[in-house]
Design a protein around this ligand. Structure first.
Ligand code: NIG
Ligand code: FE
Length: 390
């Protein structure tokens, strides 16, 4: 076998102007190099000191960051809600009720249509630098439609979330009866395809007792809890997250001082979703207050057809910096390392020895440009598991 025929097993990323590692122990390295071998980072350090590799990629002074970890997305659905968005921009408020429009369209779609739509959205996330994405069910709301939503989601990610408790569907005879289905027959059908269980704990969706019951039933079935909490108003969601040991409480837009304390003392990650505030023209969560209290913050897209139809982590980083008083460093950290923490993953969201070789080469000298040059396509190359995909 000649050297050309030999499969490339190691890649040296050389002349990296700035390496953002996401590793709290050594977060940034200037004039760096990185070696990925067998799909994993095996070396990171100063350019010039790197060991030999089969292949060399000259990064030409650009910035390299870990692939984004989008820990909150709803990518299995049909139809869209353009008219609802336009009406909202003309002054109509956002309510949880819009979810039902997408439920009807999703139920009417074939498996092939749903899978094709999900594939398009996943490709969209990848093109914008996301290498790990969480995908929720929640637009089926029957045993079979939730099961097939998760079965489709699993084709694209290990991070699948059972969200049968998104809203009570109009055809349920009562909320109590629907909660029985969600914690019984539907859970049994969905658990084999899911890693996580989630509930929309909000006025108009599920109350404290129902949310607790749904999450604990999921835990009993072997799933890990996470929650949609405190999005539209203050409520019990964050405190339930702490109580059940959820990995993450998502939205966190309206928080009392007790909620902030519950997050900081429990270690529950606060996942902020600024695309939702942007698209519902709502006040943004106060990231500064959370960071100052020592809470771990993640940023995610919440990509869904109702409240946040963006698949772009760079857009969320820009919003977080401009609108949520996060520094560019805090925002990139939240979009990589923070997302990984929200998914309890140690192998992604960082570029340290042992991390998966998931990285983005930015067409910029620093990650600061993600906020400084908003809306500009700065994702130049995306590598996942040591293979170039974009
Ligand atoms: O996270 N909050 C609940 N679920 C979505 C919205 C879903 C929809 O409006 O279709 C969210 O914002
Ligand atoms: Fe959501």
């Amino acid at each position: 076998m000649t050297s050309e025929d030999r499969p490339v097993t190691s890649t040296l990323f050389d002349r990296v102007g700035l390496l953002y590692t996401g590793d709290p122990a050594r977060e940034e390295i200037e004039n760096a190099a990185l070696v990925v071998e067998g799909g994993e980072v095996v070396w990171a350090g100063p350019a010039g000191a790197a060991p030999h590799a089969d292949e060399r990629v000259d990064v030409e002074g650009r910035c390299v960051i870990p692939g984004f970890v989008d820990s909150h997305a709803h990518l299995v659905f049909a139809g869209d809600r353009t008219a609802e968005f336009a009406a909202r921009m003309a002054g109509r408020p956002y309510t949880a009720g819009g979810i039902r429009t997408t439920v009807s369209a999703t139920r009417a779609a074939s498996d092939a249509e749903l899978a094709a739509r999900t594939a398009t959205l996943v490709a969209e996330t990848l093109a914008q630098g996301t290498t790990t994405v969480e995908i929720k069910s929640g637009y089926g709301l029957t045993v079979e439609d939730e099961r097939r939503s998760l079965e489709i989601a699993r084709r694209f990610t290990e991070e699948t979330t059972y969200l049968g408790a998104h809203v009570v569907p109009p055809d349920a005879s009562s909320a109590d009866e629907y909660v029985r289905t969600v914690t019984g027959e539907m859970l049994e059908a969905c658990a084999p395809h899911a890693r996580w269980v989630d509930v929309f704990c909000e006025r108009g969706a599920f109350d404290a007792d129902q949310s607790r019951e749904i999450l604990l039933a999921g835990v009993k079935a072997g799933l890990l809890p996470r929650i949609h909490a405190n999005q539209l108003g203050e409520g019990p969601g964050v405190r339930i997250a702490a109580e059940v040991g959820a990995a993450s409480a998502d939205h966190c837009t309206h928080l009392s001082d007790d909620d902030v304390l519950a997050l900081s003392s429990s270690g529950v990650v606060a996942t902020l979703l600024p695309g939702a505030e942007f698209s519902t023209r709502s006040p943004y969560p106060d990231a500064r207050r959370l960071l100052d209290a020592g809470v771990t913050v993640a940023l995610a897209t919440d990509c869904n057809p109702g409240s946040s139809f963006t698949s772009s982590m760079p857009f969320c980083v820009a919003l977080a910096v401009r609108e949520m008083r996060m520094t560019p460093l805090e925002a990139i950290r939240a979009a990589t390392y923070g997302g990984a923490r929200a998914l309890r993953r140690g192998d992604v969201g960082t570029l340290r020895v042992g991390s998966r070789g998931d990285l983005v080469i930015l067409d910029a000298p620093t990650y600061v440009h993600l906020a400084y040059r908003p809306g500009v396509p700065l994702v130049r190359q995306v590598w996942k598991g040591g293979r170039r995909l974009v």
